[in-house]
Design a protein around this ligand. Sequence first.
Ligand code: FES
Length: 255
Amino acid sequence: MKYRTYAAVAEQREIASGIYSLWLTAEQIAGEARPGQFLSLYSRDDSRLLPRPISICEIDRAAGRLRVVYRVAGQGTEEFSRLLTGETLEVLGPLGNGFPLKKKNAFLIGGGIGIPPMVQLAKELREQAEIQIIAGYRDELFLTDELEAEGPLYIATEDGSAGTKGTVLDAIREHSLTADLIYACGPGPMLRALKTYAEERNMECYLSMEERMACGIGACLACVCKSAEVDGHTHVKNKRVCKDGPVFLSTEVEL
Ligand code: FES
């Protein structure tokens, strides 16, 4: 069940340059949301009709709140970044399928603005599975305290300013980490590399591909990705990231 509602801003702050953490009060959505799902946030400016899909970073079901962490990347997100405590914002969610929770030794891998969904995923998995978190940054770090609270955290940075210099896979190799399953969210090149890594090792691997979206509800087909199988909706080898995903088994999609 998804809800379209006005959510109140409970708290907003900039946690790294251009990256904002926004806590929203939306009881019904918080009550149903699962890790790996996303929200569509609507602009107040009618000239921007399409909402912005933003992944859920944390869920506080008891308080009826959700946290999203997003990068300012255009006028829509710039408008959100100016929202103050007590102001309201139109929100649709929870959307998408989310990550399946498996009792397996798992890597939780986030790259850049794909790191936030790993916070809630780690919170919900750590009771039932052994987890290792690997986070890849360009340079500036964010959400490290939240991730470290949930499990061992390994960091990779492109410029080598913290952790391993290089990619998340470089960090996995440097620390000789092993797991049976991968959960990942991040930029296309990272997901492609992880798909290859997982398939070479016969590992179950779930990739969240939430980067490319527009309507967020399966109507516009702006988000299709190539799938291994013919899709029942479009009758071609396509999947809608917003509706069929954003989380896919690596073997289901072509990257
Ligand atoms: Fe419109 Fe997916 S974003 S169909």
